[in-house]
Design a protein around this ligand. Structure first.
Ligand code: NAP
Length: 488
């Protein structure tokens, strides 16, 4: 990412103070950044609660989008999504609008922060895919009874995030990258990350690579977190385990985060707006200060980044000032006094805690636009007919079979929430009104045309109400769809 500068040579950055505790944390961090001698020109922008309340449903006004388009660099506080305004998080909107596909969430044991893990030298980074997965938020009510959320995972998205994880490991002198996925259950989507990881890992023989199932990863993180170095994972898994990893080192008050894209980078802490602490000058700003360190490193201001990181470590080690999440909010140092102490300590170093040597991360440059993977052949072997019916499976099955008699397809099976219920194999399934009928070409090698499918819709649609169709594709001879539970 090329750094944009003002006419006077200062680094340009868009500054979004955010909601709740955001403005206090951001003010603390920007004071420290400026005191460390960084020449930076902030473009002050708005997003979040105030913007929703002005009637802008995205929570992000055009002026903010324009500013980010100019600066390509954002430092922000957390944004709240007020109940009753808008339906999308303004944070997610910002991350997605600017394709910041890599969410970097480092956690490291800090001096003087008592946790059950103190002394075990936790120092790991969660690299979370940031724009795909269930967080694309593509949701529908399939029937009044059943809601659906589409989990979209692309090969290019996987390749980008996996490469970032390996590049980050190299840039930070780390030795291991673990891919955490639920590929044992979701073979197409989560499996895409695992397969891509295994392919890309071959290009990084200097880095040890392994795979861990995400639920075991959560278990291992609580049991023996020091075994991890870099963990790469999908969006929702990463969101959850990075809150978990924050807790290992003292909580969200200490957990920084960066959203990196090839064009734009957005720096914000892991935590949210914690409204109950807003405006009280008691909140722990460390996460946002360390987020500032990540930003400075990203823009190549490595010396200033080191200086601030050393000052934070030295301040915590001295133990003269204590944050509310550590000692309780009735006896803590105020946010502003804590900030003053760090500024006083700029130039000091911790006696015991080292700061890593960092190099800038080399972000992957993959071809833009569609067509990253091109198939040699695609055949439509059938289609899944998602429908609403109040019949039980033993009546629905024959009804569907009668309606499609003489059509190019036959009924292979019916499932209810992924479990095969027709033909019955004796499963005990509490069915609801949304079924999937798997209709396969009668001729097993046939490639169904759209007019074949429309013919079936016309025959079946008047009997069993459909709301969604999914073509069953064979891509390069491989099934591009999974079986239902219990389907042979
Ligand atoms: P949250 O704001 O992160 O707060 C959850 C809890 O974490 C707080 O109650 C507090 O724990 C602790 N905490 C958070 N920040 C802290 C800090 N700087 N220092 C010390 N402790 C801190 O999560 P939430 O309550 O679920 O969400 C509140 C709002 O923030 C929601 O509107 C949500 O959508 C939004 N949010 C925004 C972002 C973002 O902008 N990136 C991220 C997450 C959530 P104790 O109660 O134990 O003291």
């Amino acid at each position: 990412m090329a750094v944009r500068t003002s006419a006077s040579g200062k680094v340009l950055a868009s500054l979004i103070p955010g909601d709740g505790i955001g403005p206090e944390c951001v003010a603390s961090a920007t004071r420290i950044i400026e005191a460390a001698g960084v020449k930076i020109e902030w473009e002050h922008c708005e997003a979040g609660e105030g913007v929703f309340k002005k009637g802008i449903p995205s929570g992000v006004p055009q002026e903010t989008i324009d500013s980010i388009g100019r600066t390509r660099l954002v430092f922000k506080g957390p944004l709240g999504t007020p109940i009753g305004y808008g339906e999308k998080s303004a944070n997610v909107t910002l991350r997605k609008l600017f394709e910041t596909y890599a969410n970097i969430r480092p956690v490291r044991e800090l001096p003087g922060i008592p946790t059950p893990y103190a002394g075990r030298n936790i120092d790991l980074v969660v690299v979370r895919e940031n724009v795909e997965d269930l967080y694309a938020g593509i949701e529908h009510m399939q029937t009044p009874e059943v809601a659906q959320c589409l989990k979209l995972i692309s090969r290019k998205g996987c390749e980008k995030i996996v490469r970032v994880a390996f590049e980050l490991a190299r840039a930070e002198g780390r030795r291991k990258v673990a891919c955490a996925s639920k590929s044992n259950i979701m073979k197409m989507t989560e499996g895409m990350l695992k397969r891509t990881f295994e392919a890309v890992a071959k290009e990084y023989p200097d880095i040890e690579s392994s795979h861990v199932i995400i639920d075991n990863c959560a278990h291992q993180l609580v049991k023996k977190p020091e075994q991890f170095d870099v963990i790469v994972t999908t969006n929702m898994n990463g969101d959850i385990i990075s809150d978990l990893t924050s807790a290992l080192i003292g909580g969200l008050g200490f957990a920084p985060s960066a959203n990196l894209g090839n064009e734009v980078a957005i720096f914000e802490a892991v935590h949210g707006s914690a409204p109950k602490y807003a405006g009280k000058n008691v909140i722990n700003p460390t996460a946002v200060i360390l987020t500032g360190v990540l930003m400075l490193r990203h823009i190549g201001q490595l010396e200033a980044a080191q200086k601030i990181e050393h000052a934070v470590l030295a301040t915590l080690e001295e133990g003269k000032v204590k944050t509310g999440d550590v000692v309780g909010y009735d006896k803590c140092t105020s946010t502003s006094a804590y900030t003053d102490e760090i500024i006083k300590n700029l130039g000091k170093r911790s006696a015991k805690f080292q700061v890593r040597d960092y190099k800038p991360i080399r972000l992957p440059e993959l071809p833009a636009g569609p067509g990253f993977v091109k198939a040699r052949s695609v055949r439509i072997a059938g289609f899944d007919y998602f429908c609403q019916s109040f019949l039980l499976p033993d009546r629905l099955g024959p009804t569907v079979e009668r309606a499609i008699e003489g059509s190019p397809v036959k009924l292979k099976m019916i499932s209810n929430r992924g479990t095969k219920v027709y033909p019955s194999a004796g499963a005990i399934t509490d069915c609801n009104d949304q079924y999937r009928c798997r209709l396969m070409a009668r001729d097993p090698g046939a490639d169904l045309s759209d007019s074949d499918i429309i013919d079936v819709l016309q025959r079946l649609g008047s009997t069993v109400r459909w709301m969604h169709l999914e073509k069953l594709q064979e891509i390069d001879g491989e099934a591009g769809f999974t079986k239902a539970q219990g389907e042979d």
